[in-house]
Ligand binder design. Structure first.
Ligand code: COA
Ligand code: ZN
Length: 315
């Protein structure tokens, strides 16, 4: 743990409109995406990853990225982020006035080639030009390192590879890093080790943890990252999410479950949980199926039930 780091406040980047909707079998109509993002904007979230500027052939569900970015109401204080894989995506994102570009590359070349048709080195070459173009525009440049904790094709991804990629991204001028557990392979010990290492090498660097709950370890991984100095988290409303080019991928850690955990621990998230839950309750109708989030089903931990009638009559 880094003692100098203030852990009493965490920052949530809501990724359901991007990581969530990209994998749904149903194309969520543009107007419904806009309504979802507008509702999320009223909940106190720090950031919203609203869409991705990718090839419409690769990610057909987000082919309406421009219309979404232009249709949403921007709430001051909320950062609107877009995922970008290449130069064309960066140009499209800049034209829409995003607050943050989230460059994506993969730590494992097998996943990089399946998802982006690029190895990590190829992505890095292309990012150099993008950073050059974006720098000075006021748009924050983050980079997400997919498969940082394991690859569904290759298995283990060595720490030193993730650290080397981080080093190269920072040398290019990238300003923030997200460590992504794309298919829920990370375990808490591994998360603790990598987060500690990254925080001790680059204490000034905004580092975000992006975990999927594929094997039920999402909240455990987020908690241990927080215990090791990470205060920024990607999460998806309802636990939606997944990469269409990573076999076995399922949803992100669920935003309302994560916010609820921190709220119970009296860690400030800035999020109005009841408002967030109200938005999450609308998700099954939006995507056409049940969603994994648990707090919406169970109610908050502050929920109380009447005593069974046998007991209440006896007292
Ligand atoms: N936005 C829109 N169109 C794009 C684009 C972008 N960012 N990048 C490429 N294209 C178009 C090109 O214009 C070209 O169109 P054409 O066939 O009509 O001429 C076509 O896509 C192929 O371009 P190319 O540069 O050869 O790209 P590619 O086919 O090698 O695809 C990516 C590479 C990165 C664009 C594509 O794999 C992609 O979008 N992947 C994103 C995957 C993703 O988001 N996964 C989930 C998140 S981790
Ligand atoms: Zn993801």
């Amino acid at each position: 743990m880094t003692p100098s780091h203030d852990r009493s406040r965490v920052f949530i980047n809501e990724v359901a409109p991007r990581d969530g909707l990209q994998i749904e079998s149903r194309f969520v109509p543009t107007e419904e995406k806009i309504q979802l993002i507008d509702a999320l904007s009223q909940t106190g979230l720090a950031k919203i990853e609203a869409t991705s500027f990718t090839s419409p052939k690769a990610i057909p569900n987000l082919r309406d990225a421009e219309a979404v970015m232009q249709g949403i109401g921007r709430v001051p204080g909320v950062g609107y982020v877009a995922l970008v894989p290449n130069e064309k995506g960066a140009e499209r994102a800049l034209a829409c006035g995003v607050d943050e570009i989230n460059l994506v590359l993969s730590a494992s070349d097998s996943h990089g080639l399946a998802n982006l048709r690029m190895t990590a080195d190829a992505s890095l070459v292309r990012f150099a030009g993008i950073v050059e173009r974006v720098r000075g525009s006021g748009v924050f440049i983050n980079a997400s390192i997919s498969t940082a904790f394991g690859c569904p094709f290759e298995g283990e991804v060595p720490f030193k590879r993730v650290l080397a990629i981080t080093e190269k991204l920072l040398a290019l001028g990238v300003e923030g890093i997200s460590l992504c557990d794309t298919t829920g392979m990370a375990n808490p010990r591994q998360v603790a080790d990598l987060c500690r290492e990254v925080r001790s090498r680059w204490p000034w660097l905004p580092v975000t943890l992006h975990v999927h709950n594929t094997r039920g370890m999402g909240l455990a991984n987020a908690l241990i990252a927080w215990q090791n100095g990470i205060t920024r988290f990607d999460a998806a409303l309802g636990g939606l999410g997944g990469c269409p080019y990573a076999p076995g991928a399922t949803g992100n850690v669920c935003t309302e479950d994560l916010v609820h955990m921190f709220a119970q621990m009296e860690v400030e998230t800035g999020v109005d949980l009841e408002r967030l839950v109200a938005v999450a309750e609308r998700l099954p109708a939006l995507v056409g199926h049940d969603v994994p989030g648990q707090v919406v089903k169970a109610g908050l931990a502050t929920r109380r039930y009447p005593l069974p009638s046998s007991l209440s009559e006896a007292t």
